[in-house]
Design a protein around this ligand. Sequence first.
Ligand code: KIV
Ligand code: ZN
Length: 388
Amino acid sequence: MTKPSEKIVIFDTTLRDGEQSPGATMTHDEKLEIATMLDEMGVDVIEAGFPIASDGDFAAVSDIARNADRAVICGLARANLKDIDRCWEAVKHARQPRIHTFIGTSPLHRAIPNLTRDQMAERIHETVTHARNLCDDVQWSPMDATRTEWDYLARVVEIAIKAGATTINIPDTVGYTAPNESAELIRRLIAEVPGASDVVFATHCHNDLGLATANALAAVEGGARQIECTINGLGERAGNTALEEVVMALKVRHDIMPFTTGVDSTKLMAISRRVASVSGFPVQFNKAIVGKNAFAHESGIHQDGMLKNAETFEIMRPEDVGLNATSLVMGKHSGRAALRSKMKELGYDLADNQLVDVFVRFKALADRKKEVFDEDLIALMQDEERQS
Ligand code: KIV
Ligand code: ZN
């Protein structure tokens, strides 16, 4: 009998880490709308904001907590009692509330509050214990974990577990790690820290080297069972792991990564477009999964292959991510087969001899224009009909 696939918890932080991108601020209603979409598509945990940051953030987290049907609603808090209390006041309305508290543990980050290793360890014990007295579900993060000395990281993770944290998140705050290191760090923490097998390990990757998705999937190989991510990879600097990428990678390559998520992938395109619109951050054309060109083909060889069998150049179906169909972009690289098929779509059934002539005219037009749109083809056919 085959073993059932393990489920990966999808933790979306579009409304917290994503919204921290300079210029990506969303209104209260927009945040509520995005949270509802995330909840409906099966995201397991929604990090709704940073309640102490402003009254607006507090109100958004509280309202999202009240509205959510299925997801765990989480708020972020620094390692102090005031932040944690404020966070609890906002998330406590949720059916399933979570407090997420963090502190920077690497030497560079320890220097900011000017705490010694022992003082910071004491602070972690105190704040996680306090959070756990308020809420049964507590996540703790050592910020900049991937640049924290191994012995100190192992020590503080153990303290957080003993103080009651139920999820330990290992952030690659500055996108510094590489996939083999990402896997090994989680593997070693699980193997060597006492109590590690009683908690869920999470991975939280930034994309400064373009490795966020690879690092998150590698962490899963190492034993992480929660991936933190954002829609369109929205986030500070080069962004975070993109939710749509990890969800589709686990779906398409289930053969080598036997894990499932609860996310309905057919809702990915709609939420990607909505987040792009409310954040004001457009999605790059060639962005994996949700970019305008992710399911578009222009070269003649590709278009011909696609018309014969979509699997020749597509590893997932556009319907799986919520797109109606593959698009054959008509341009100078397109061939006869694509032109005939496109013309048919537009209502023109070209005979072989007519195709020869129309193809010559189409190529001349395509040489002048980057992309030949449906209206251009209709105008070309109208002209052709006038002349014949
Ligand atoms: O990148 C980071 O370290 C964070 C933490 C607050 C989890 O976003
Ligand atoms: Zn982050």
